[in-house]
Design a protein around this ligand. Structure first.
Ligand SMILES: NC(=O)c1ccc[n+]([C@@H]2O[C@H](COP(=O)([O-])OP(=O)(O)OC[C@H]3O[C@@H](n4cnc5c(N)ncnc54)[C@H](O)[C@@H]3O)[C@@H](O)[C@H]2O)c1
Length: 336
């Protein structure tokens, strides 16, 4: 059987994860990599034993190429997505779909018109804890959800390295926005967001944002997201608590059930997202890419539709509007 041929665009933290998972998948050939910084692309091509495309024209001109992973920074998704649609290549796009709502809408329209498969990597869709919470809600065992709390806090080093190219709501918030709607099967209808600015002032972005929100069912919730957690803090600090009329479910991703005491400190190392076992990468990112590969090679259904990724950007945009106006914002119910 012919292998699926894929290229990775943008070879930072996530691009290298995609490249590695593709090279370790028996049914896939990593046909090329591309990065705007060419010496880095050449170095990565050598590492992953593939070729470095010298330009986007060269990359998209590869006739046998089936698909691309777009792993560039948040503000660099639009043009690449449009190019992939134009050339009829399936797309695995890192989240968020785009940081600008008009661009996000144009991508949705172009993806539909071109007939390609486009999957946006909202990673929590493949996290067994969030999947379990969704199954629990769907089974009716919680009764009707009444109130929720979600949180995603990241290190100051992340806030620093992104240099204001994106916001904490677009970079981190979209994960939980999507998860809240997906896990509850409900719709966020209103958001009110406040933020604090201090440590990232030089990049003109907020340090942390806190949102209260209402769901269509009448349930209420709050959401906290930060990218200024102190150095030496836990690797991951994410939560989701849902309280219903007949039960509750709690996700607490801090303690990973493993503590490591080394070099005068202790850590909770992540074992879920992408851990090397027996020389191969395992975990959530591998599951995510496997869904995409199966969609392309076997026409399997995508676990997330591009419209749902648009919706996360739409709600994050409403949160940013609320920051601007100081008022609650009603979330539109349709793509507009
Ligand atoms: N799913 C997750 O859990 C998760 C986690 C982290 C990041 N992300 C997302 O993945 C994407 C990449 O994040 P990252 O942390 O790997 O970023 P990064 O800054 O480490 O890497 C980005 C890479 O893209 C390259 N690049 C930038 N603009 C380009 C362009 N126009 N054409 C080609 N190459 C270009 C840069 O040179 C760099 O090598 C972002 O959208 C981010 O939000 C997702």
């Amino acid at each position: 059987m012919r292998k699926m041929k894929v290229a990775v665009i943008g070879l930072g933290v996530m691009g290298q994860t995609h490249a590695r998972i593709y090279t370790e998948h028996a049914g896939v050939e990593l046909a090329a990599v591309y990065d705007i910084y060419q010496p880095h692309a050449r170095q990565m091509a050598e590492k992953y034993r593939t070729k470095a495309a010298g330009s986007l024209e060269e990359l998209f001109g590869m006739e046998e190429l089936d698909a691309v992973s777009i792993c560039t920074s948040d503000d660099q998704h639009y043009e690449l997505a449009m190019l992939a649609c134009k050339h009829g290549k399936h797309v695995l796009m890192e989240k968020p779909l785009a940081t600008d709502l008009k661009e996000a809408k144009a991508i949705v329209e172009q993806a539909k018109a071109s007939g390609i498969k486009m999957m946006v990597g909202h990673t929590l869709r493949w996290d067994p804890r969030y999947y379990h919470a969704r199954q629990t809600v769907a089974s009716g065992q919680l009764g009707s959800p009444l109130h929720l709390y979600a949180r995603r806090n990241n290190s100051y080093q992340n806030g620093l390295r992104l240099k204001g190219r994106t916001s904490v709501l677009m970079f981190l918030g979209v994960h939980d926005i999507d998860a809240i709607e997906w896990v509850t099967g409900d719709r966020i209808v209103e958001v009110y967001t406040v933020e604090v600015r201090n440590r990232l002032n030089e990049f003109n972005v907020g340090d942390a944002a806190v949102t209260t929100f209402k769901l269509a069912s009448g349930a209420v919730g709050s959401y906290e997201t930060s990218w200024v957690m102190p150095d030496q803090y836990y690797e991951l600090d994410a939560k989701l608590d849902i309280v219903g009329t007949e039960g509750a479910v709690n996700i607490n991703i801090v303690n990973q059930n493993i503590q490591r005491h080394t070099e005068g400190r202790f850590t909770y190392p992540d074992t879920m997202y992408g851990m090397e076992m027996y020389g191969r990468l395992t975990g959530i990112m591998k599951e995510e890419l496997t869904s995409f590969i199966l969609a392309v090679t076997e026409d399997a259904p995508l676990p997330i539709m591009v419209e749902e990724a648009y919706r996360a950007v739409q709600i994050a945009t409403c949160m940013e509007q609320s920051l601007q106006t100081g008022l609650p914002v009603i979330v539109p119910s349709s793509i507009d």
